[in-house]
Structure formats: structure tokens, C-alpha cells
Design a protein around this ligand. Sequence first.
Ligand code: HGY
Ligand code: MN
Ligand code: MN
Length: 414
Amino acid sequence: MSPAAHTSLRINGDRLWTSLMELARIGATPKGGVCRLALTDLDRRGRDLVVGWAKQAGMTVTVDKIGNVFMRRAGKNPKLPPIACGSHIDTQPTGGKFDGNYGVLAGLEVVRTLNDHQIETEAPIEVVFWTNEEGSRFVPVMMGSGVFAGAFSLETALAAKDVAGKTVGEELERIGYVGDEEPGKHPLGAYFEAHIEQGPVLEDAGITIGVVTGVLGLRWYDCVVSGMEAHAGPTPMALRKDALQVATRIMQETVAIAHRYPPYGRGTVGFVQVFPNSRNVIPGQVKFSIDLRNVDQERLDTMDREIRAFVEKTSAESGLPISIEQVSYFAPCPFEKGCVDAVEGAAKALGYSYMNAVSGAGHDAVYMARLAPAGMVFVPCKDGISHNEIEDAKPEHLEAGCNVLLHAMLDRAT
Ligand code: HGY
Ligand code: MN
Ligand code: MN
């Protein structure tokens, strides 16, 4: 918990809410959500708005070669590695106002509060937003933080293409966010991320703060089933090479595998491309995503073996070629005890209800945990819904989470 001198310090919840609503206007959708895909003009406008606010708060800004943005508030001792916080401002196509955006603007609110009270921390404070956390437009997921942590190379990331064939490198150039700093050459003393839970556990339990102890491991795959286009009328059922019918067996097995490894087994098929996608043509090719997750490494590896074995069996039985390529992976990630304790200590001292939580969603904190002590603060979201335009959260919960972030960071920065 932060030193006695600061225990009465609280953030300005109205200012945080106002900033969230202003940022949410960039890419606002009719149902009240946000569509601000990575490296689009909307992403640029969102980046520019947040960077403008940071400069107004007296912060300096550094951008690295994958477009990660580091906004810095000086500390007494510039030689100390910064105590950082942050998240992402890119969203899902049918995303919400709070996923990612909350963690960045909560960090900005921490700085604004320190400014209001002329508090000088020993270590610098930094607020970061990472490029393409969502992995929706460009794969891999958590791209900017992954390059920063060395999980994959800058070249691999810059070459990634969206469905229209545009590369990360071209789009980063186009929106003017190719920085000079080599990714990863930026010391961090500790990293905290405030985020909505994106699940129902906190709300169901009536708890305000989730003390995140770790994050599920994740494997993403691209799977392609190749058949033969043919006419839906004259082609007898027994003579078809129907790529979609075969693909659906693998989609069903993706879900079945998750059910076999509870309680944290997860299996999802969210992206499907059918070719030629015409109602009276037997599909000749289907490309689809597979997302497998679990909290336990052994179970995640078993799920990996089982989906690959099923693909092989299905190809042999159907006679259709099927490829499966892993395109994203990170291991289950426990957070550092000191950071977990700092979050719990802050929640306790501030008088908020709290409980331990495991994150089903991936976050940039997963990669930061490879480089420095890292922790996360969860707050409830309405009905646990996220990656949906109706995503919602209570101002008082967002304020509470930001107060916990403030004091957990002061615990490390003063
Ligand atoms: O997929 C995830 O868990 C994160 O929302 N990118
Ligand atoms: Mn997120
Ligand atoms: Mn997300």
C-alpha cells in the first residue's frame, strides 16, 4: 500500500468517466459500442487524442517501431525504471467502450491526480498503449506487447496482413505511428493493468475489485479445409468434396475439447471464410480460426494434441486435405506475488470488496510479466459481457479500480 502520506489520495471519477466517453466517440457504433480496429484512421484519431491529453498533463511521449506509445511523467530519480501501467485502445469490430480503453485512461487519471496534488514520485510513472492487442484485424494477438517482449520479431509483426492484404508495416506508416525506439529497449520497473473482467464472476459475487493472480494460456490456429466447388443441384451427396461439412466437424470438436478440460477449458471458432460463399455452390474451401485456452499448461498441451489428432483423422476419413497452423501462443501466466499483493493491499486499505481472479482474456500484462513484476486490477462489467457493443461498466466500479491502480503503483513508485 502506498505510504501513509498518500492514503487519503483519490482519483477524480467524473474526469475518468468523461475521458472514457470522449474516447468512445471515436469509432462509436449505433448500438453504443466502439469499432476502432488497429491501425485504421479511427485508431490514429484515438491515439492522437490520448497523446494530446498526455502532453496536456505534462508528459513526454516515446513511440517504438511497432507503434507502442509510452507516455512518461518524470520522477525525482530519472535513473530508476518507470512504474508503468496501460493497456490498448484498439477494439474488436463490435467492441465496447471499456475493453482496453479503461486501462489506458485509468493510467492517465493516475497522472492527472498526482499532478493535482503536486506529488513527485521517486520513480517515473509511465502510461502505455500497445499496438493491436485485439488481434482481430491482424494476427498475432497482443502484437505490440509481444514484439516488445520478444515473443515474436518486429519483422514478423510488420509483415502480418489483414483480409484485404494490407500489412501492419504499411498501415503503421500510413497512420504516422512508426517510432524510432527499438521495441523492448525501454526499461520497466513494474507494470500494472486495470481492465474490466469481461466475465460474470465479480458481478455475480457482488465484488468490486478482482485481484488478478494470472491469465489463461492461449493457442490460436488457422485451419483450412480444401474440397471442390461443384453445383449444389446435380452433384450427388456421395460424390461431394464439401469443405464446409468437413470443417463443421472440426468446429464441433473445438468446443468438445474445451468441455473435456474444465473448469478453465475454452474452445471458440470466431472467424470463418467460406469460398466461394455462394448459396448454390458446394464450398470448395473453408478457412477458420480455432482459439483454445486453459489455465494449466499440461491441459493446454493436451488440448493442442487432441485438436491436431482430430484434424488428421478427419482428413483421412474425408479424403480432404486439411491444414492446421498455430498462429498465436502464450503460456498460462501467473503474476508476480509482490504486484498481486500490492493490488490486494490497495483494495483492502481503500475498503473495497475484493477477491482473487483468473483472467480468461489475454492482456498485454502477460508479455510484460516476462520482463518485469506485473499485476492486474479487474472491475466488474455488466452481465460479464465484453467483445460486444453492449459492454457496460459502472462509473463507481471504474473509479474504484482506478484508485486501486493509483495506490498499487504508488506502492512501487515512491
Ligand atoms: O483474445 C483475448 O483474450 C484478448 O481480448 N485479445
Ligand atoms: Mn483488452
Ligand atoms: Mn479484447
